[in-house]
Design a protein around this ligand. Sequence first.
Ligand code: SF4
Length: 377
Amino acid sequence: MAGLYLHIPFCKQACHYCNFHFSTSLKNKDAVVAALLQELRLQKDYLSGEPLETIYFGGGTPSLLSQHDLDLVFNEIFKRYPVASGSLEVTLEANPDDLTALKINELRTTPINRLSIGVQSFSEADLRFMHRAHDATEALASIQQAQQAGFENLTIDLIYGSPTTSHEQWVSNLKQAFALNIQHLSCYCLTVEPKTALAHQVKKGVAQPVDDEHAAQQFELLMDMTAHAGYEHYEISNFALPGWHSRHNSSYWQGKKYLGVGPSAHSFNGTSRQWNVSNNASYVRALDGGALDIGLEVLTPTQRYNEYVMTGLRTKWGCSLLKIKDLGFEAAFAEGVKPFLEDGSAERQGDVFRLTRSGRFLADGIAAALFAEEEAG
Ligand code: SF4
């Protein structure tokens, strides 16, 4: 079983914290869609015939695709790629300002059965600070309209830790999500990424930096409130009501194969990772000439171990000592994990190591402390 990711590299406006690959000029959209169709043709054997279990439109802003664009893409996918029997999970990331009643009804006629709505907050002050293209009224209306139109599988993104988000506002955002009966939440801590507008504003003193203590307190509130509302915390940033996990993202974390098409998209076939050029014009030019502009790396055992530790520790599935033994790093892992077992940030159950509640906010740092170095020479 495998996954297909499609990167749609266009946005109406640049959110101040964002460092994803996108363009705010839509003039090359048709050319990028045509190149994406060409890439789907060229890459049809990448997954060695493994049937697709999930399809995920990410970006950028995939809700900028027209009905016609989506029809072309689905035709190409279903013509070239086998699909797993049973239900296919097809997710589209959508921004609230795109989700008009007309758009939602159009989306209902496609194979898309899961919407990931980029809400981020229900507060005007937060949305303005982040420079989102929607307001709080649109955030709420988009969810209600999607539900009324029959979308039964919704996930929303929320951001905590912003200097504009008081604890009261964060609690109110979560209560709003629960009241709307959203099946799945992805909640991210605001980070100030280099070369973003937010980084520039913080440097100039126009915006406050993210306060780690403030963010950690909101992460605690998040864990308490989601648990109380019946959500399972199955990955550091992801929470699901029973039966509503993201199958697409879970397969990344479990090391399954996936093909990524579109500018900047990454693919993994079990042994190597490859990525497309992060430039729309270069992407289109290469595919116009019938080729791909990609980088490729064959993962060494050390890289496979480091990736396994980094992703495994972020999830409820944890890291299996048997798997680590297979990769040849059992002794290094056992030694490295000791201080975290002792200070209570990690725990062992049988063969599996997981982070405890107190370790979760520090997941990336703990994983980094367990990484192995490549042997010299
Ligand atoms: S809509 Fe999403 S991808 Fe586009 S700029 Fe905002 S956060 Fe980034």
